[in-house]
Design a protein around this ligand. Sequence first.
Ligand code: KG4
Ligand code: ZN
Length: 318
Amino acid sequence: MILGLETSCDETAAAVVTGDGRILSNVVASQSELHARYGGVVPEVASRRHLELVAPVVREALGRAEVPLADVERVAVTQGPGLIGALLVGLAAAKGLAWGGGLPLVAVDHLHGHVASLYLQPNPLEPPFLCLLASGGHTLLLDVQNHVGFRVVGTTLDDAAGEAFDKGARMLGLGYPGGAEIDRLARQGDSEAYDFPVAQVPGLDFSFSGVKTALLYAVRDIPPGKLQEHCADLAASYQKAIVRALVERTHKAAETLGAETIAIVGGVAANSELRAALPGATAAPLALCTDNAAMIASAGRYLEPAADPLRLDAYAVA
Ligand code: KG4
Ligand code: ZN
């Protein structure tokens, strides 16, 4: 029995996962409503909310799993990257739980956690595979050869894909977080209405600043009061450009590495157009795309516990 904790951004999450990867509970308390009025996550507000939520969320996860704390055999927690104050709340809580129960504590990298969302039941994926990790903070192509880690073969030179979705949504006057909103609105729009450029950078890297600027100019050119009627077309065209960039680079990486299996994880992997555009790929289950603690517990199954757990420190940047 592994208890996982995740507090790297604005989700306070706890989960109970078995050693063979069955999810017994997966509780996610999203703070997005709290941050919506600011149009993005306010780090200090997030830290304070994590502090209020972490104990009840852990209690809820144990309760739903019907696993008493005494039956937990290890604790896994996100160590970084993320918001430092937010991470420290989860790390301190995990240290307390592990120390109090005399349990091993495993520090998990958040990105490894996203990859490990693929290792859970009922359809665990086995390495090797090429993994596209697209979230609010990262856009990475990963060469995954085993369960304990990965090698980065491509990254974004500027914004992350999720960040591009969120900023685009803000320009269109949609709510935060914007990815899911654009996804929903795009279904009613014409993706051919606007021609947004897909940045071509060398190698296997990504760039989303150009497409973001193109959207900004398109929005600026719309007469006052008319944004509403063009909104769905803008969303559909913008989403198509981002998805095309992600798909092209992923195919190129698979070719370069000779990878036979492609997987997609992270918040943006929840995008319906991206999932449809990579029909042969293994996509993380929808509930495990955005931040959660089941993926952290999953990664924690494969890693060595910390030798000196109380000395673990969080890190903001990978
Ligand atoms: O993995 P995640 O929960 O957090 C990070 O580690 O960053 O990813 C959150 C990101 C946000 O930018 C959000 O807008 C995006 O994932 N996202 C989506 C969708 N659902 C969430 N982007 C596009 N389409 C979606 N359906
Ligand atoms: Zn994440």
